[in-house]
Design a protein around this ligand. Structure first.
Ligand code: ATP
Ligand code: MG
Length: 475
């Protein structure tokens, strides 16, 4: 074991490649120094701008060390990863992945990698985890960001139900009872968790956020509960996150991903307020408020045995259900303005408007990824508008939906909207495509659509289809 450890340390003494990604997993920088590293990717420039998951097709948010480092907000040291690139080549790497923070906000991650294809490694998963754990000991105590960044005032809304939730969180802020937040992905669960903590008397104490889906079971247990020296090979006396959050709050995100065994251990913390470090006999009293979140309905989690029923009862004493964006369309305009302002500042742009047509399109969207998805659309549009532009229009947003395969949710059959308005949006899209394919020739497009030219002309006018869909040759 000891020799393995020395080998492992030596193996990382130089590196073969560096990768930098942003929070979406888009590769911003990539360089390889070792010629046999990704031999198929001749030129690393060709992967810049692509998504990590598109380039390394076997990776997902759980197996990618870069994504996990961002989720954990912690460096991951010397972890092995098998990656298959988009051309099918398999490479084994040893990685060190470090989140990049700006004012306590994760903005990306950097990974330095070593090709280990040629080495015969026998280090076990436990071995790797032990190393990670020891490194974590150093950083949890000194570097872990433990501040809640958002306040209730950061939650932008005009919706009655959301306003009621904001009032509710102020009311319950000082209670010790656990809070369970449910909402689809991107609805703002994390924002609410921060706001609850910041509205409470605990605000000056730590707020520790832990995604239960981000790390393997044995690590999650030691991370939450802590360890004692000798509880496993290489373990140190180390407090868990419950202890580190003393006096404050702990936010357990994706709670239904917590393994069932661990849930029973958590239940004891919830009931008695005591934690016991791994391998310890002593129990320690803690004063921590537990806020948890799930993007799958908690009752469904119980039905599918992902959440213990007794845990659900205990966690859900105070439950908050955040409505999806498609059910609070009045927020779209407000959020659009908010994000336009934000990106005007970040990107030094001067956007002051959004065209009626673009707004109508966004308004009709089903917003599968909710506020996060809306923000991404604005961010994209703000990146591609010209310096001189003051308006976001259809061309700026439509590209995002087509190029990124975003769900044009107006055509999502599960979305119940007034039939007439949905049909109009779909009809307009079909006409635009026909015009593009006919190079703007209305007669040609009418023939393709098998409708009279006059009818098509009337529809083009009523939908105010842009001239660039039917350029010069508009016959
Ligand atoms: N009402 C809001 N006002 C302003 N920003 C918001 C609002 N709701 C969400 N956001 C922003 O949208 C993004 C997604 O929010 P958040 O991370 O809280 O969602 P989530 O529900 O935790 O998503 P997931 O289930 O994927 O973890 C964040 O950048 C957040 O700041
Ligand atoms: Mg979240």
């Amino acid at each position: 074991m000891k020799n393995n450890k020395i080998n492992l340390m030596n193996k990382m003494q130089y590196i073969d490649g560096i990768t930098v990604v942003d929070t979406d997993g888009t590769i911003l920088f990539s360089v390889k120094f070792y010629p046999k590293f990704n031999p198929e990717i001749e030129n690393t420039e060709e992967i810049i701008g692509k998504n990590l998951f598109d380039v390394f097709t076997n990776l997902d948010s759980k197996s990618s060390t870069l994504i996990r480092a961002m989720n954990l907000k912690l460096p991951i040291f010397k972890e092995k990863q098998n990656v298959v690139d988009f051309r099918g080549s398999e490479i084994k790497t040893m990685n060190m992945s470090i989140p990049i923070m700006n004012n306590n906000v994760v903005i990306g991650a950097i990974e330095i990698s070593k090709n280990i294809n040629e080495y015969t490694y026998s280090n076990s998963v436990v071995k790797m985890n032990t190393d990670m754990f020891n490194d974590r000991k150093m950083i949890t105590e000194h570097m872990r960001p433990d501040k809640a960044r958002y306040f209730s005032t950061d939650i932008i809304t005009n919706n009655h139900e959301m306003k009621q939730i904001k009032i509710f969180i102020e009311k319950i802020a000082d209670s010790i009872s656990p809070v369970l937040i449910y909402g689809e992905t991107g609805t703002g669960k994390e924002l609410f968790a921060h706001a609850i903590h910041n509205a409470s008397k605990r605000a000056k104490h730590p707020f520790i956020s832990q995604n239960c889906a981000a790390i393997p079971e044995n690590l999650l247990e030691s991370l939450l509960f802590g360890t004692t020296k000798g509880s496993f090979t290489g373990a140190y006396d180390c407090p868990g996150l419950f202890e580190l959050a003393e006096g404050g709050s702990i936010f357990l995100d994706e709670i239904a991903c917590m393994p069932i065994n661990l849930q029973s251990k958590l239940l004891r913390v919830l009931q008695d307020g005591y934690v016991r470090r791994l391998g310890d006999v002593k129990e320690r009293k803690i004063n921590v408020r537990i806020i948890s979140a799930t993007n799958i309905h908690p009752q469904k989690c119980v039905q599918e045995n992902k959440l213990r029923l007794d845990m659900y009862y205990r966690l859900s004493v105070l439950t908050i259900e955040i409505p999806p964006l498609r059910n609070r369309k009045e927020d779209i305009k407000l959020l659009l303005n908010f994000f336009i302002n934000k990106y005007n500042n970040i990107l030094m742009k001067n956007i002051t408007n959004i065209s009626n047509e673009a707004f109508a399109y966004l308004h009709e969207n089903n917003w599968i990824g909710n506020v996060r998805e809306l923000e991404h659309v604005v961010e994209y549009a703000m990146n591609i508008v010209d310096e001189s532009d003051d308006t976001i229009n259809m061309t700026h947003i439509k590209k995002m939906f087509t190029e990124n395969n975003y769900v044009t949710t107006v055509s999502d059959a599960n979305c119940i909207q007034p039939l007439k308005s949905r049909i109009s949006v779909i009809e307009k899209e079909i006409i635009e495509n026909a015009l593009i394919k006919s190079e703007g020739n209305v007669s040609k497009a009418a023939r393709k659509l098998e409708i009279p030219r006059q009818t098509l002309k009337r529809k083009i006018d009523s939908y105010e289809i842009l001239n660039n869909k039917r350029p010069k040759t508009n016959k």
